[in-house]
Design a protein around this ligand. Structure first.
Ligand code: SF4
Length: 232
């Protein structure tokens, strides 16, 4: 298995009945602005180079964002905010993320989510998170030769990725480190794996960016520091 094959296998997953229904329902009902779109309506694979040094772990695709366009952080405001920041840091080839065929390329960074299907109200259940965990674990395993930093976008991503890291041999402090914007935890590997740094960043959700809880400058600061530390 490589990352491309993993993505192909992922898109056939139907393990969470509630999410299968939701992702397909969104494609039937659509949003008026996207009436002409043929929605993806399947699990959305990770996006970015297969030798990424940094992995961004979000929450889940949005019903009319990634679930419509078929690519992580593509086609909604959250994606725009993230890709603008990546572009400003030289980590994305263009400042906008419109569709999976738009030619956008990321440099050194890969985006994924602990839940690969759009959930109602953007809220996956703990059970859905656990069901989807093996996909994240496998992606991380395939990135292990190159990945040196992880940025958790939001507390959900932070809490989802810690058990995956622990199971893969990274030493996660006990009690578990708490999520916060700008939080930074060094994770040594108990075997022959590389040391990883986990960074916390508020999620790029419209709620956070609209209220100013997360400003573009705050986002660039965490992403820039994480990228530098990961050697990008
Ligand atoms: Fe499969 Fe993950 Fe989608 Fe659940 S959320 S159906 S485990 S891809």
């Amino acid at each position: 298995h490589d990352l491309a094959a993993l993505g192909t296998a992922l898109t056939d997953c139907r393990s969470c009945p509630r999410l299968v229904e939701w992702r397909e329902e969104a494609a039937r009902v659509k949003r008026r602005a996207f009436a002409d779109w043929d929605y993806w309506a399947r699990p959305v694979p990770g996006f970015g180079p297969t030798d990424a040094r940094m992995l961004l772990v979000g929450l889940a695709p949005a019903a009319h964002g990634g679930n419509r366009t078929g690519r992580m952080f593509t086609g909604d405001r959250a994606g725009d905010v993230l890709v603008e920041a990546l572009h400003a840091l030289g980590l994305a080839s263009r400042p906008h993320s419109v569709h999976r065929g738009d030619g956008l390329e990321l440099r050194g960074v890969r985006c994924t989510a602990p839940v690969h299907c759009a959930p109602p109200a953007n809220k996956p259940t703990p059970g859905e998170r656990d069901t989807c965990r093996p996909w994240l674990a496998r992606e991380l395993e395939l990135l292990r030769p190159t990945v040196r930093g992880i940025v958790a976008l939001g507390a959900f991503g932070w809490q989802a990725v810690l058990p995956v890291l622990r199971a893969a041999g990274w030493t996660v402090p006990r009690p578990r480190p708490a999520f916060g914007h700008g939080a930074r935890v060094l994770l040594p590997h108990s075997g022959d794996g590389p040391e990883l740094t986990l960074h916390g960043c508020y999620h790029v959700s419209q709620q956070n960016t609209f209220t100013g809880k997360l400003t573009p400058a705050m986002l660039r600061e965490v992403l820039g520091a994480a990228a530098e530390e990961a050697g990008i």
